[in-house]
Design a binder for this molecule. Structure first.
Ligand code: S3P
Length: 175
């Protein structure tokens, strides 16, 4: 059986704490477009929480699972897709992201992102060996590379960011 490929998803990328999960939920509620959260999907398929996957398989193992999960989204009906902050790290993922649809980058200052993270224990990289500033700076060019739309979400509420996304998508005839 051949499965149909969907290339008009709306995908959210951005650093941990940039608001991807909350904004994509809100945008899904505003537009009625279904929602996929890549991290929740990974946890559901793996029957393990993300910190456990990092503990048992390391970051490289997690990234392999993340790539498989992302690629599988091509076969889903049109959705709003909230991606984990590190999805851009694997160079293989960047063309996959672009092939899946419109990528929205939620650009937020690092101090604001850190301040918004309510459960740091669920983000293994925040307690890893690399300084978070280094991880953040390394990723910025990758977020920019994949982004079709960039929203600077600093000092805005989730609702305001979702409204702004809806406006940008409407202007492009995408919703
Ligand atoms: C990660 C971000 C997390 C999660 C995992 C790795 C990262 O998602 O995928 O802990 O590398 O930035 P959020 O961006 O939703 O926190």
């Amino acid at each position: 059986m051949t499965r149909e490929i969907c290339n008009d998803h709306i995908l959210f990328v951005g650093f941990m704490g940039s608001g991807k999960t909350s904004v994509s939920r809100k945008l899904s509620a505003i537009t009625g477009i279904s929602l996929i959260d890549v991290d929740y999907r990974i946890e559901a398929i793996q029957h393990r929480k993300i910190p456990k996957i990092f503990e048992e398989e390391g970051e490289a193992g997690f990234r392999r699972i993340e790539t498989e999960t992302l690629a599988g989204i091509a076969f889903e009906r049109r959705s709003i897709v909230s991606c984990g902050g590190g999805i851009v790290c694997n160079p293989e993922n960047r063309p996959i992201l672009k092939s899946l649809g419109t990528v929205v980058y939620l650009d937020v200052a690092l101090d604001e992102a850190i301040g918004r993270i309510s459960h740091p224990e669920t983000r293994p990289l925040l307690s890893g060996v690399r300084p978070v500033e280094e991880i953040y700076s390394e990723r910025i060019p990758w977020y920019r590379e994949v982004a079709d739309i960039t929203i600077r979400s600093s000092n805005m509420s989730v609702y305001q960011v979702a409204q702004l996304c809806a406006h940008e998508l409407q202007e492009r005839g995408l919703i």
